[in-house]
Write a protein that binds this ligand. Structure first.
Ligand code: ATP
Ligand code: MN
Length: 477
């Protein structure tokens, strides 16, 4: 007999004579009531054990964390808060879990403790919910682009192009580090390395993605990205997943429309599919915020925040307007910002982005037309000669969630820019070919998947929305 998922049983249209389930014991009360979870839903199914007719030896082995298989009848529950329960007729312990040693006891654990036990934290309600939401969100990403006819492209994880400049890179090598081959001049001889050249883990698939957009029209990538940034923040990982659409013939306005529509779609999709998990996470957030001072608590619940994003357009603000707002803001005048905004051209720090989103506009903001010299070489120069068609999308509680631009499609302008920045043309010969042959206006963006998961789950530390986080000093598991 094949076992049935708990989710299916809880949604059953009727009571059932005989059911068979397998799962893990969350709690065992009064020597009688098992709360059983099998990961198919946040909800446990109550299994009532006939303790008078069950050997004491077996009852003792029903402990939190144990794997069990049980048969019984699905009946209407007399208990509050659940429609059905299982009257157990036979029970088998599949795997014991020593209650003295199993770390995930049914009590409140700190997020730090859970991070140290990332292999077991997924057995808690919160992490089960987060990981199901993450899974559904990633499916929504594919669903959105596939419905619109985008082609999914797998750009390389190991890259020979290190001119990109999106962040610090991890080097990939098979050279013996304790005995490096040297050239006559004494430099490391990368010709002897595995690929015959210096290689890194990718920081972005954009440049390769652009080459595909210039043939397939609309493409997206969704894969792991690596940045050796030594910034231990709650929003940066050394290994994270990025979604990068790239579309031929799209200008910056089209790019903004796409990003906004995409984000709203995946959030809506996930709200429809993960109602129970999100309801749980909303409660978790309320609980967590109770320990914060009133001023730091959010004005909206999690679901209200998600609905707000669905129902309101993102506010589009040019960099120049943003600088004016910031210059005249109270924290700037009272020198409350760590970095005071003095003049046009300043790079925006996360404190400024958060002020704009959380205090000033109180909604998602798309900042665009940034000064050319604080943005990447491939961004389209505006007619003013000093700004580029860049856009960053800023979210409340998160900061930057998307970075994108219209790309510089003019060969001469691009090469000129590369020269100024000292970027080797020869190394990016293949990238420049897109501008040599059939160049056209095109645009794209990168969305950090974990930042999206943070927003949707209401979690506050990026380490808690990826199964096994990679951060400076930590690569356990
Ligand atoms: P930030 O200023 O927050 O470091 P960035 O300007 O370096 O971001 P981009 O290079 O534009 O970011 O990358 C595109 C997107 O990837 C960002 O908008 C963000 O959502 C995400 N992202 C960037 N770096 C990280 C990281 N270290 N961990 C997780 N997500 C990241
Ligand atoms: Mn960065």
């Amino acid at each position: 007999m094949k076992h049935t998922k708990v989710k299916e049983l809880l949604n059953s249209a009727q009571t059932l004579q005989e059911v068979y389930v397998k799962g893990w014991v969350r709690t065992f009360r009064n020597n009688q009531f098992i709360a059983l979870n099998d990961g198919s839903t946040i909800n446990n199914i109550q299994c009532v054990v006939d303790f008078e007719n069950t050997p004491a030896e077996t009852l003792k082995r029903i402990t939190t964390g144990a794997a069990v298989a049980l048969k019984g009848s699905l009946t209407e529950s007399k208990g509050a808060g659940q429609k059905y329960e299982i009257q157990v007729t036979s029970l088998e312990i599949l795997g014991d879990s020593d209650p003295e040693k199993f770390p995930m006891q049914p009590k409140k654990h700190t997020l730090e403790f859970l991070r140290a036990n990332a292999h077991l934290r997924v057995r808690t309600n919160a992490f089960g919910a987060i990981m199901r939401v993450r899974s559904v969100l990633s499916f929504a990403v594919h669903q959105y682009f596939q419905e619109k006819g985008f082609v999914y492209v797998n750009t390389p994880v190991i890259t020979g192009a290190d001119a990109e400049g999106a962040g610090e890179m991890f080097q990939v090598t098979s050279l013996p580090l304790d005995n490096l081959p040297r050239t006559e001049e004494g430099h490391i001889d990368y010709k002897k390395d595995f690929f015959g050249k210096h290689t890194n883990l990718t920081v972005s698939g954009q440049l390769e993605g652009e080459t595909f957009a210039m043939a397939l029209g609309q493409i997206y990538t969704f894969g792991p990205t690596f940045r050796a940034e030594n910034s231990n923040t709650s929003r940066h990982l050394a290994e994270f997943w990025m979604i990068e659409p790239e579309v031929a013939f799209n200008d910056l306005d089209d790019n903004m429309d796409l990003a906004e529509d995409f984000i709203q779609y995946v959030i809506k999709y996930t709200m429809d599919k993960c109602a129970d998990d999100l309801k749980f996470l909303e409660g978790r957030l309320l609980e967590e915020e109770k320990s914060k001072p009133q001023a730091e608590r959010s004005e909206m619940t999690l679901l209200e925040k998600l609905n707000f994003v669905l129902e309101n357009n993102f506010k589009r603000v040019s960099y120049t307007e943003a600088i004016d707002i910031l210059k005249n803001s109270t924290p700037n005048k009272k020198k409350k910002f760590q970095y005071i905004i003095e003049e046009w051209g300043a790079d925006l720090q996360s404190e400024h982005e958060r002020f704009l989103v959380e205090k000033h506009f109180k909604c998602p903001v798309i900042l665009y037309d940034y000064p050319a010299n604080i943005k990447a070489f491939y961004m389209r120069l505006n007619e003013d000669g000093k700004t580029v068609r860049a856009m960053d999308i800023l979210f409340p509680g998160i900061g930057e969630i998307v970075g994108g631009s219209q790309r510089e499609e003019r060969y001469d302008v691009l090469v000129e820019k590369m020269k100024t920045l000292g970027i080797d043309e020869e190394e990016l010969w293949w990238y420049l070919d897109t501008r040599r042959f059939g160049t056209a206006v095109h645009s794209g963006f990168g969305l950090g998947f974990e930042r999206l998961v943070l927003f949707v789950t209401g979690m506050t530390n990026i380490r808690d929305v990826i199964p096994f986080p990679r951060t400076p000093g930590n690569a356990e598991f």
